[in-house]
Ligand binder design. Structure first.
Ligand SMILES: Nc1ncnc2c1ncn2[C@@H]1O[C@H](COP(=O)(O)OP(=O)(O)OP(=O)(O)O)[C@@H](O)[C@H]1O
Ligand SMILES: [Mg+2]
Length: 568
C-alpha cells in the first residue's frame, strides 16, 4: 500500500502560496515595486502589456543582487529582511516573508536581471517555477524583473483575469499608494506604450498629490497633523464642501505601508461631524506612525491589513485629527481660484521625510508627511459690515473673511445642541400662556418618537385632543428666535426625512434643529449681534463648515490682496 500522506513538492507549495500573494497583475506589480523600494531604489519603472496579462516588467536602480543572492531570492522563504522570529515585531520593510518572488515565478515565465555594482550582472530565467537558465549579463546597478504569461500554467486562474482596462486600472490603483508613500522616489507606469503615471521625486507629499491627481483635487485638501501619546496622524482631509458622492480617494498608511481599513476611514469621516452633505464622501489620506510593538503587520498574506493593539484608541485619535484639521480657518474655502487663498494646502518643510527607508526603518515618525503649518483661527475678529442682510465681512489674522450668517449660526447652534443632547439639555422658558399647535398625523408620530430629544433642546410638549399639541415650554437660543415656527418646521423636516443621509440620529436631529433655529438670510443684524455670532463661530470646533457641507466662511488672504494690488 502506498502512503497516503506526502510532502508537497516545493513547486506545488509555491503555487499554493501564489494563490494568496498573486491574485492578478496588480498584485505582481505591488510585490515587485515593494521589493524595489526595499532595495532603496530612487527611480522605478513599471511596464505592462495587455493589462499585465502578457507582460509585467519592473525595473529599479536599487542595490541589486549578487548571483548567489539572486539564485536564493527565487527560492521559498529566502529573504534578506529578517533573520529570526523576533525581527518580525515592528518590521519596517515592505517584504519579509521571502515568498513573493518564488510565488510569482511559479505561475509565470519569469526573468530576473540584476547587478549589485554595475559590473557583474546575473540573468535568471524560470518557467513555472523551474530554473531554465542562469547566465552572466551586463546591467547597471539595480534589478529588472519581467513576468510573462501570468498563470499560463494555471488556466483556471488565468480565466478569472478581467478585461484589459480593468486589470490596467487595478495596476494603477496598486501603484498609487506606493507612489504616495514615497514622494522622494520617481515612478513611471506605461501600459502598451501609453504613459499612465509619470511622477518625479517631490519635495513634499502635497507635490506628489499634485503630480498624481492635479491641482483641482489637491487644492481641496487641508493638512492633518495630530499626535496623541504614541500615535502620530498625518495626511490630508478634503474640505467638506468639495466632497462628492463618488470617486473619493481614501488611503490609509500605517508606518509607511498602505492598508485597507474601512474602520479607520469611517473614524475619519466621523471627524467631519455633519459638515459633509449626506451622501457625499470626502477624500482622505491618513498616514499613521506608531511604535512597532503597537501594531502587528504580519497578519495578511498580501500585507493589506494590520492589527492594532488598541484599534479604538487609534480610531478616536484619527477622528480627532480630522476634526482638528477642519477646525481652524485654514480649512475655510478660499475666495478666489483654488490654491491662492488661505485655504490652500500648507505643507511644512520638505526635509524631514526625505531620508527614505532608513528613517522609516528606524520607526521615526513624521517622515511620510511633514508637520503641517496649520494657521490658527484668529483670537479676535472685528465684524466690519453686513451686506445683502446675509453676509458679514470681518478682518481675520490672515486676511478678509466673509461669513454667511445663516450657515454660521447653524454651525454654532448645531454644536451647542449636540452638547445639550449629551448633557443636561437646554434651558427652557416656561410659557405663561401655553400655545396649541396643529400637526398632521405623520408629524404627531415624529413628535412622539422625538419627545425626549425635543425636551432636551427645550420643547416641552403635551398631546392634546385630535391633532393638536400643547407647548408648555420652549427654548430661547437667541432674541430673534421664533419658537412656534421653528417647532413646526423642525417637525415637518423630521417627518419629511430631511437630513435622512446623516447616519447618526442625534446629529440628524441637531442639524435639523440648528437649520430651523438659526437666523435666516435677509435678516438685518446689529453690530453687536454680528460680533457675537463671529466670536461664537470662531470658538466652534468646525467653524468653517455648516451642517450641509457648505462653507460658512470664505477667505481672501492678505497675500492675495497684496499680489492683486502689486504690492507683493
Ligand atoms: N528589486 C530587488 N532589488 C534587490 N533585491 C531584491 C529585489 N527583489 C527581491 N530582492 C531580494 O530577494 C529577496 C526575496 O524577495 P521576495 O519578494 O520574494 O521576499 P521578501 O521581499 O523578502 O518578502 P515578501 O515575500 O514578504 O515580499 C528579498 O528579501 C531581497 O533580498
Ligand atoms: Mg518582497
Amino acid at each position: 500500500m502506498t502512503a497516503r500522506i506526502a510532502v508537497l513538492s516545493p513547486q506545488v507549495a509555491d503555487q499554493i502560496a501564489a494563490g494568496e500573494v498573486v491574485e492578478r497583475p496588480a498584485s505582481v506589480v505591488k510585490e515587485l515595486v515593494e521589493n524595489a523600494l526595499d532595495a532603496g531604489a530612487h527611480a522605478i519603472r513599471v511596464e505592462i502589456e495587455d493589462g499585465g496579462k502578457s507582460l509585467i516588467r519592473v525595473s529599479d536602480d536599487g542595490e541589486g543582487m549578487t548571483r548567489a543572492d539572486a539564485e536564493l531570492a527565487v527560492s521559498r522563504h529566502a529573504t534578506s529582511k529578517i533573520r529570526e522570529a523576533a525581527d518580525l515585531i515592528g518590521v519596517a520593510t515592505f517584504g519579509f516573508r521571502g515568498e513573493a518572488l518564488p510565488a510569482i515565478a511559479s505561475v509565470s515565465r519569469f526573468e530576473l536581471i540584476t547587478s549589485p555594482d554595475g559590473q557583474t550582472g546575473t540573468r535568471l530565467h524560470l518557467v513555472g517555477g523551474k530554473r531554465e537558465r542562469v547566465e552572466e549579463t551586463a546591467r547597471q546597478r539595480g534589478t529588472t524583473v519581467t513576468v510573462r504569461g501570468l498563470f499560463f500554467n494555471l488556466p483556471a486562474r488565468r480565466k478569472f483575469l478581467r478585461a484589459q482596462a480593468t486589470e490596467t486600472r487595478a495596476v494603477v490603483d496598486a501603484l498609487t499608494p506606493l507612489a504616495l508613500t514615497r514622494p522622494d522616489v520617481a515612478f513611471t507606469l506605461t501600459s502598451d506604450e501609453r504613459t499612465l503615471v509619470d511622477v518625479r521625486p517631490a519635495a513634499r507629499p502635497i507635490d506628489r498629490l499634485y503630480a498624481l491627481w492635479g491641482r483641482t483635487l489637491a487644492d481641496t485638501l487641508v493638512p492633518i497633523a495630530h499626535r496623541e501619546g504614541p500615535l502620530d496622524v498625518r495626511g490630508f482631509a478634503q474640505r467638506p464642501a468639495d466632497a462628492k458622492p463618488a470617486g473619493r480617494k481614501g488611503y490609509v498608511f500605517v508606518r509607511g505601508r498602505s492598508i485597507r481599513d474601512l474602520f479607520l476611514l469611517r473614524a475619519a469621516e466621523a471627524g467631519y461631524r455633519s459638515a459633509v452633505a449626506p451622501g457625499d464622501r470626502p477624500s482622505l489620506i491618513l498616514a499613521l506612525e506608531l511604535p512597532g510593538d503597537a501594531v502587528d503587520v504580519n497578519v495578511h498574506p498580501a500585507k493589506l491589513e494590520v492589527r492594532f493593539r488598541d484599534r479604538f484608541f487609534v480610531a478616536k485619535v484619527v477622528e480627532e485629527a480630522v476634526r482638528q484639521a477642519l477646525g481652524p480657518l485654514v480649512a475655510a474655502a478660499p475666495l478666489v481660484g483654488a490654491g491662492v487663498g488661505v485655504g490652500a494646502v500648507v505643507g511644512g518643510g520638505g526635509d524631514s521625510w526625505a531620508e527614505g527607508p532608513a528613517a522609516s526603518a528606524a520607526g521615526a515618525p513624521a517622515e511620510l508627511f511633514p508637520t503641517a503649518a496649520v494657521a490658527s483661527a484668529p483670537r479676535s475678529a472685528t465684524p466690519l459690515l453686513q451686506v445683502f442682510d446675509s453676509y458679514i465681512i470681518f478682518q481675520s489674522d490672515s486676511g478678509v473673511a466673509i461669513v454667511d450668517q445663516h450657515s454660521a449660526h447653524e454651525r454654532v447652534l448645531f454644536e451647542g445642541v449636540m452638547r445639550q443632547l449629551a448633557g443636561d439639555g437646554a434651558p427652557a422658558q416656561r410659557l405663561l400662556l401655553p400655545w396649541t399647535l396643529e400637526f398632521t398625523a405623520p408629524e404627531l408620530e415624529v413628535i412622539d418618537v422625538h419627545r425626549e430629544l425635543l425636551a432636551r433642546v427645550g420643547f416641552e410638549l403635551e398631546p392634546f385632543s385630535g391633532r393638536s399639541v400643547v407647548v408648555h415650554a420652549a427654548p430661547n437660543p437667541h432674541p430673534r428666535f421664533d419658537a412656534a415656527r421653528c417647532l413646526q418646521e423642525l417637525v415637518a423636516d423630521l417627518a419629511g426625512g430631511r437630513f435622512g443621509g446623516l447616519a447618526n440620529r442625534l446629529e440628524r436631529f441637531a442639524a435639523t434643529f440648528a437649520c430651523r433655529a438659526a437666523i435666516k438670510a435677509g435678516q438685518p443684524l446689529e453690530l453687536a449681534e454680528m460680533g457675537e455670532l463671529i466670536t461664537q463661530l470662531l470658538r466652534a470646533t468646525l467653524p468653517a463648515h455648516d451642517v450641509h457641507g457648505r462653507p460658512t466662511i470664505v477667505q481672501l488672504a492678505r497675500g492675495e490682496l497684496e499680489r492683486r494690488f502689486g504690492r507683493a
